[in-house]
Ligand binder design. Sequence first.
Ligand SMILES: [Zn+2]
Length: 421
Amino acid sequence: MSLLIENGKVLQPNYSLREQSVAVEDTVITGVGGKEKMRKSHKRYDRIDATGCLVMPGFINAHTHMALGLAQGFGVGMPLFEMFENVLFPLEKKMTDNHAYLGALVAGLEFLHTGTTTINNINARWSKPVLKALDRLGLRGTMALALKDRDIKTSATFDCKSLPENEWLVKRLEDHPLLSGMFGLANEVEATESLIKTVRQLAVENHTGVHLHVAESLGEKGFVLQRTGKTSVRYLYDLGVLSDHSLAVHAVNVSKKDVLLLSKSRVTVVHCPTANLNLGTGIAPVADMLEAGVAVGLGVDHPVANMSNDLRRELSNALLLQQTLGKQLSLKQLLSMAFNSRLYGHATGTLAPGSLADLVVVSMRDRVVPQDDSSLLQKALFADSPVIHSIINGELVMRDQKILRLNEKNTLKKAQKFCKF
Ligand SMILES: [Zn+2]
């Protein structure tokens, strides 16, 4: 597909805005420049008029659990372990492949409508239905399983039955055009030291990383401290599981020394402010992490613990939560989190020639806002400005707010019927 997106305000790699055209050929951005020059050099390209719109990279939602998409908001307002015991675990027992498939589709449709083009997904199981949904939606991303071998309530250990499925997933996605596999761990409490070491070794052998929850609530911190005399971050760092290919989700209950270890390990921390608020787990010291050179991304986390899949809410809540700590995040820092593409070799998250063509067009037509860069950006990022077009890997997956790869109305109707457990 050859596309020329014209007349929009294009987000530059330095996060300023310029009225330019963006050319997309096959899977990559081939040019960004002035309208007349771009028209001359891209005569046969299909044109998209982005007058009154922002043209920016698609958001990278660095942590989500799409299979649970039909259970959105079920666990909001309760403490983490209570949510696990009373909502999540019983729900997961009742779930079928159909629940997982339709849940992933529903979550994915919301991602597309709100500007997300890349996701890092992790679920207890359901690799096949979630993969089927991701293939239908055309989203880019990674998939992993939340492996565990210890009961959170009794501490009894058991065999990790999902490990072969995670190994299968990593192999299955080796040559996938949009998705890649990672290994996953539920968290530092539900995985034994032996499982953590096994997963780390498998990740190294398969040239991938580990996606895991870290220090989400005080419960994990207390458990690990009692057993090992170490903080969660120090414990996982010593086990070698935090690396530059890995995702450490939450890192809420961390010390100043832990922040330095996170920086030293080069792991990407994923901040999920809305889920942290909904489960009352605390506030991650994100401003301190950024200051210490930690790579930080943003995630919507669990549909059960979040009533929205719109990453813009995470931007807004990230900003507000740091305020309550007396710290400020700049617009640049917030954008660097929403477009954190380190896991993808920085091939996405920026609109420049040679980058993968993952971009969205956001309408500012009906917005009353000063026409300067930061006002436009802030309005687009912190309000529900409509996302009009979405392009992933050079393919137009949403045009004029219409999803092109599947019948959205029928999908939602079917999901509605399945939305009981
Ligand atoms: Zn999570």
